[in-house]
Ligand binder design. Structure first.
Ligand code: C2O
Length: 545
């Protein structure tokens, strides 16, 4: 195995999109930032220099960080931010994963422009479990904001309101040429050779939108998700939530021409109006005669049946060298409500959330507030008390009908306290989580992301989870493995993982509007009995608070 070493220079620059110049924060002068290309087994070393005016951390989304816990990156969970002018070296190993992951800032809304792909190929002498692609390419879906995203977040937080949506959606940093009268200076174009098969690595780097993605007239075959191989799954549409990746094979088997690849949001909030603009890029055959590319017909923004059919029918490739069977005995069974709520406005403030309070979000009515004095991981390692509490509940405090809520529900459920409460886990415990959407404020699809692990997706459904009947639907044979799962709109999902990685692992909604509202907690996994299962000390250049 080799070493991949590089530097990230993070600084502000002026970028032109939608015919306007705006200052953005970017890595090595590009949007998206640089693609890291590694092989399974490699050691990755990234020297990050923060020349931006913001606090910064980088998260390697989906990397397990075994024995490199201090490199995971979420601000105040594993590390204090790299201050403006500071630097920190992230060093970690790519193990037991092949496919596509990505990296992004994990500090406020900086990830709107601080993100890039992490491409993991098999180690030397090993192959993909599918036809060798002629070429590979990376398709990063994102959002473009005319305003500075950090200002958008701060302004909304100041008054407790919901922030605005993005001004455009992007493919590899460009909005495309369809909805905007402003002609783009660039549009991403993939030139194909007829008859050849391509591996496309699709990544959703958007802050707050899930997407439907299609390529006109072409079928796709899903072969991986979140850097785990899947059984080949043929489809003409992809649904992808923020944080997720989907690897697809595409064969250039259509008549020579120009075809749009396009994406638009799959509504995360049922019934809430949103901007359904399309972002486009072009798939081009040589010698095409037409001038206007063919546009795919995307599903309607609220086509939940299509989204569910896609995300619930994918299964794991159990012949993958990285597959391990689902642990059948559960040690920790948690029932966790996820949803929106409110927190108290404060006496001398005016708030613009519902009932004049602040918008909030919670897991089991705990609205997570990160510490500020020290990261939870450092407090764990140094045995410092008072930084976090370990009383995150296994069950929500009150029982009610989560989805068919009527006006008689207990209004106090809306008011979620701000706490830094985490859940402790024994090393190697098998943990099962039943996520249940609540409909107290709005019915949404929350893309839940777990750091440090992949989890098995055992079952998903709509309405209230029924422990007797729904547990019969568990796929314990070949469930898909993910690090991020969109819990169905007004529904539930059951996941399972083995806590075989000591450290502090953030679990949160990957809609960046819900993270500062508190839709998060962390798992604190105790040390096991061996050197490999013991949290190592922090590196010498670990940032101070
Ligand atoms: Cu991709 Cu905690 O994040």
């Amino acid at each position: 195995a080799g070493i991949v070493e590089t530097s990230f220079h993070v600084k502000n620059l002026t970028a032109n999109r939608l015919c306007e110049d705006h200052v953005i924060t970017a890595v090595n002068g590009s949007l998206p930032g640089p693609t890291l290309r590694v092989k399974e087994g490699d050691t990755v070393i990234v020297h990050v220099f923060n020349k931006s005016p913001y606090n910064l951390t980088i998260h390697w989304h989906g990397v397990f960080q075994r024995q490199s816990q201090w490199a995971d990156g979420p601000e105040f969970i594993t590390q204090c931010p790299i201050r403006p002018g500071g630097n920190y070296t992230y060093k970690f190993h790519m193990i037991e994963q092949v496919g596509t992951l990505w990296w992004h800032a994990h500090s406020k809304w900086l990830r709107a422009t601080v993100y890039g792909a992490l491409v993991i190929r098999p180690r030397d002498g090993q192959k993909y479990p599918f036809v060798k692609p002629y070429r590979e390419d990376t398709i990063m879906l994102g959002e473009w904001w005319n305003a500075n995203p950090i200002d958008v977040e701060d302004a909304a937080q100041a008054v407790g309101a919901a922030p605005a949506n993005a001004d455009a959606y992007t493919i590899n940093g460009w909005p495309g040429d369809l909805f905007n009268s402003c002609r783009p200076s660039k549009i991403y174009k993939l030139d194909v050779v007829p008859g050849k098969t391509y591996l496309l690595r699709i990544i959703n780097a958007a802050l707050n939108n899930q997407f439907f993605f299609k390529i006109a007239n072409h079928n796709l075959t899903v072969v991986g998700e979140d850097a785990a191989y899947t059984n080949p799954f043929p489809t003409d549409v992809i649904v992808i939530g923020p944080g997720q990746t989907t690897d697809v094979l595409l064969t250039a088997n259509q008549s020579p021409g120009l075809y749009y690849m396009a994406a638009h949001p799959y509504a995360s909030a049922a019934g809430v109006p949103f901007n359904a603009n399309i972002t486009t890029a072009i798939l081009a055959y040589p010698n095409a005669t037409q001038t206007t590319p063919i546009l795919p017909v995307l599903p309607a923004f609220n086509d939940t049946p299509t989204a569910f059919a896609f995300s619930s029918n994918i299964t794991a490739l159990v012949t993958s060298p990285f597959w391990s069977p689902v642990p059948q005995k559960v040690d920790e069974n948690m029932f966790v409500t996820i949803g929106l709520g409110l927190s108290v406005c404060g006496t001398n403030q005016t708030c613009q959330g519902i009932f004049g309070q602040r918008m909030s979000a919670s897991m089991n009515n705990h609205s997570f507030a990160p510490p500020t004095s020290m990261s939870i991981l450092e407090a764990l390692f140094r045995n410092v008390s008072g930084v976090y509490t370990t009383d995150f509940p296994d069950q929500p405090p009150l029982v009610f009908d989560y989805v068919n809520v009527n006006n008689s529900f207990n209004q106090t459920l809306l008011m979620t306290p701000k706490l830094t409460s985490v859940k402790k886990l024994k090393f190697n415990a098998t943990v099962q989580l039943v996520f249940q959407n609540t409909a107290l404020v709005g019915i949404e699809n929350h893309p839940m992301h777990l750091h440090g692990f992949n989890f098995y997706v055992l079952a998903q459904g709509f309405g209230n989870y029924d422990p007797v009947n729904d547990s019969k639907k568990f796929n314990l044979v070949n469930p898909q493995e993910r690090n991020t799962l969109g819990v169905p709109v007004g529904g539930w999902a059951v996941i399972r993982f083995r806590a075989n990685n000591p450290g502090v692992w953030f679990i949160h909604c990957h809609l960046d509007v819900h993270l500062p509202w508190g839709l998060a907690t962390a798992f604190v996994v105790e040390n096991g009995g061996t050197p490999e299962s013991t949290l190592p000390p922090p590196p010498a250049d670990f940032p101070k608070c």
